[in-house]
Design a protein around this ligand. Sequence first.
Ligand SMILES: [Zn+2]
Ligand SMILES: [Zn+2]
Length: 144
Amino acid sequence: MVSLEDEIKQNGLKVTPQRSKILRYIRENSGKHFSAEDVHKHVVIDNPNIPPATVYNILKMFVDRGLINSFEINGKAIYEGRVEPHVNFSCENCKNIYDFDLEGDLSYLEKNVDGKVISTSVTVRGICRNCLNELEASEKTLAR
Ligand SMILES: [Zn+2]
Ligand SMILES: [Zn+2]
């Protein structure tokens, strides 16, 4: 298995403890979605002097090389370890982001864009099942 450090090197980047820590954190929490501030909060534990801008630059570097995925929700950049194409469903009520699979063979994307795909991002905004259930329950209470 290729280590994260090897992956960083293979992408032409120098390995630093901060870079390893950031990549490991995001990859080991695949399925979770982080803001740059979330990642910074985690990295400052070991690197108290690291400015948010440095974390942001490292994240951008990883995204540019396809090591992690990034997309925007309501103008805010979100980062995640899951780089395979999938749907990010954002709940407008509880602000949780859920991963859903995209169905079918997506290799046509590569053909259609006539180039190399680095990342694919599909974002859906709505209200999640949990929130819908809660809203329904409170409407029923009000109607009584
Ligand atoms: Zn919700
Ligand atoms: Zn996701």
